[in-house]
Design a protein around this ligand. Structure first.
Ligand code: FE
Ligand code: FE
Ligand code: ZN
Length: 276
């Protein structure tokens, strides 16, 4: 099964997102758990959730991916900023259990001058506070481009966070193609080599989702500017190789490209036509 989808607006609820996904040829989707500015979250409607779960099953949906507000910084030097991340993500953990067994992705944070080791420690502390043995949600660390003082700019840092997390079986990784390329992993010339390295350092079984984005900037630029599929430095040929690679082809692929719905529909069609 090819699980392909894109980022959608959550403002009208789960059923609306699922129907929107189907209307553009998708069978999974990503959404923000709340507004990245102001952090307002939509009230969860039990009726909506029930309809969604049924609809997703009927339409053979893959796992869906919730994305934490990217404005949170769990590894900030400021205790207030860290507490906000903790409070929001703790609340998100409870909310995610209304759609059991899905994925929740977040940016590991920026150490803002404290050093990567300190940032890694603070992010692991946050995970050790919010994760519970009962939860069915897998929390994903996103691979980052290394702009500013971002942590998660290489596989070693992600592994370090997981090693310091007690309930590490609840944690996985979401690989963002734009971010890893900008970070200096050459997915264009050697995607399999990058997967080998991921496997050696983290373990491929920890890879749970892929963000499919082309990059507006060249290799190792540490910029993080997403481009439409085939229109950036990564290119369509590499995207084809990725979606057909037997080691990752069954994962959910989520587009976060600069598009409206019709643009997403054509990229999804393009990628579906590129499946071997
Ligand atoms: Fe992200
Ligand atoms: Fe991403
Ligand atoms: Zn990005």
């Amino acid at each position: 099964m090819f699980y392909i989808g894109c980022h959608l607006s959550a403002s009208k609820g789960f059923t609306h997102m699922a129907k929107e996904a189907v209307s553009i040829g998708a069978n999974t989707f990503q959404f923000f758990t709340r507004n990245p500015r102001g952090f307002a979250a939509k009230e969860i409607d039990a009726e909506d959730v029930k309809t969604f779960l049924q609809y997703a099953q009927e339409n053979n949906f893959g796992k869906i991916l919730a994305h934490a507000p990217y404005t949170l910084n769990p590894s900030s030097a400021d205790e207030k900023v860290r507490e906000l991340a903790l409070r929001i993500m703790h609340d998100d953990m409870q909310r995610m259990e209304c759609v059991p067994g899905n994925l929740y992705n977040f940016h590991p944070g920026s150490h803002v001058g404290q050093g990567a080791d300190k940032g890694i420690e603070l992010t692991a502390n946050l995970l050790n506070t919010i994760l519970t043995p009962q939860q069915t949600t897998t929390v994903l660390l996103e691979t980052m481009s290394g702009k500013g003082s971002e942590i998660g700019r290489n596989f070693e840092e992600l592994k370090e966070i997981m090693d310091r997390t007690e309930l590490s079986e609840k944690v996985g990784v979401c690989l963002d193609t734009c971010h890893v390329y900008d970070a200096g992993y050459d997915i264009v010339n050697d995607f399999d080599g990058v997967l080998d390295e991921f496997d050696r350092i983290i373990g491929l079984e920890k890879l749970c989702a892929i963000h499919m984005n082309d990059s507006k900037n060249p290799y190792e630029s540490h910029k993080d500017r997403h481009e439409k599929i085939g229109e950036g430095y990564i290119g369509l040929e590499t995207m084809r190789k990725i979606i057909n690679n037997p080691r990752v082809k069954n994962l959910p692929f989520l587009l976060e490209t600069p598009n409206e719905l019709d643009g997403y529909a054509s990229e999804i069609k393009l990628l579906k036509d590129s499946r071997e």
